[in-house]
Design a protein around this ligand. Structure first.
Ligand SMILES: Cc1cc2nc3c(=O)[nH]c(=O)nc-3n(C[C@H](O)[C@H](O)[C@H](O)COP(=O)(O)O)c2cc1C
Length: 356
């Protein structure tokens, strides 16, 4: 079984361990976590969301976010100079262009982009070596991306990430699908994605690796993902509960204590469903309470701040600082199997040995 775990090629780069650490905001995936993953042989990833100060950077939120991202990138490089470094940039970010430009300037290895269709990403990175990985949840959305990239830029992604219905973060599934996730098996999405990729792979003369993202709690889950036909996995929630992740210990403890029945589904202020833990803030929101908010700059383009019941960025910053009452705890479905805070190396070492 373990022989299916092999190194992962992303264009001209090869990761010893076929794991991409998910770029989780706000503050989970910063330089320390990314560097630990890079040092252990995986692909480390910095989240570009929420890096500017929320209230204090009124005038220059985009500029401040870009500066902070550059600092995180340089620090990750300093801590793990040999590793493969990615940055996750959600298409939904109002600072999308500035974040991409910063990655190009700082020469990150890979940009991972989802939460929308990254249709003009090849144009934004023109002239650089940065490798591109779109995140999709259906063959149809990959089809739209590939058609556009091929027609306008003659470009094929270096890899694709498929998020299944058991994953964390903003999800591109309907409420019904998320209530009945077994109706959308990730291997079914993989089959669609492979069908869409095949003609482009033939035309460009190269294979595009596909990574699966959902509910990875143990190294064996990565092995199972690969047994299902994926070339590797993107891992989110497991890495929240590591010594190196960027949120306060009090918040990590909320995650490790959580059980399956603590997961609830709610609409985020950008209208997409998110899975969250049933903490005091969520209980208030589910009772219909309004959490007072001021939004000076719209960090997410499609956020309906005037109608929103709360500010998701502020709630995630509260989690980063360990405010369990006011924080929002987004999670993947495997949280009930994640019961300890471990060093990143403990998760990745067995996979590295299998891939040798
Ligand atoms: C707290 C949290 C924050 C996330 N933030 C982002 C993000 O900023 N951008 C993104 O593309 N995905 C984000 N995701 C989704 C992850 O990238 C990943 O695909 C997903 O969590 C994988 O499922 P798992 O958590 O079950 O491993 C987030 C997920 C969590 C749990």
């Amino acid at each position: 079984m373990s022989s299916i775990v092999r190194p992962l090629a992303i264009g001209d780069l090869t990761a010893a361990v076929p794991v991409v650490q998910a770029g989780m905001g706000v503050g989970v995936a910063r330089s320390k976590l990314a560097a630990a993953v890079m040092r252990a042989g995986g692909i480390g990833c910095i989240s570009s969301v929420g890096l500017g100060r929320l209230k204090e950077s009124l005038e220059n939120y985009a500029e401040e976010s870009a500066e902070k991202l550059a600092v995180e990138i340089r620090e990750a490089r300093r801590l793990a100079p040999q590793g493969i470094l990615a940055v996750n940039i959600m298409v939904a970010l109002s600072t999308y262009h500035e974040m991409v430009a910063t990655c190009v300037r700082e020469q990150v290895d890979v940009i991972i982009s989802g939460a929308g269709l990254p249709l003009n990403l090849p144009k934004l990175v023109e002239g650089s070596k940065v490798r591109l990985i779109p995140v999709v949840s259906s063959g149809r959305s990959l089809d739209v991306i590939l058609r556009c990239w091929h027609r306008k830029y003659q470009r094929l992604p270096e890899a694709v990430i498929v998020e299944g219905p058991y994953c964390g973060g903003h999800m591109a599934f309907t409420w019904d699908q998320l209530k009945n996730p077994e109706t959308v098996p990730i291997t079914g999405i993989l089959a669609e994605v492979k069908e869409v990729l095949a003609p482009y792979e033939a035309q460009y003369g190269r294979r595009v690796p596909v990574l699966g993202a959902e509910a990875i709690a143990t190294p064996d889950d990565v092995v199972s993902m690969m047994a299902g036909g994926f070339d590797g996995a993107q891992v989110g929630t497991r890495f929240i509960c590591t010594e190196e992740s960027g949120i306060a210990l009090a918040s990590k403890q909320v995650y490790v204590k959580a059980k399956a029945e603590d997961i609830v589904l709610m609409h985020s202020p950008i209208g997409l469903p998110v899975k969250v833990l049933n903490t005091p803030l969520v209980q208030k929101l589910l009772r219909g309470e309004q959490i007072p908010l001021e939004c000076p700059f719209l960090c997410l383009r499609s956020c309906q701040a005037d109608k929103a019941k709360f500010c998701i960025a502020e709630a995630l910053v509260n989690t980063m600082f360990g405010d369990v009452e006011k924080g929002l705890f987004m999670t993947g479905s495997a949280i009930d199997r994640i019961n300890d805070i471990i060093p990143v190396e403990e998760f990745l070492a067995p996979l590295r040995r299998m891939a040798e």
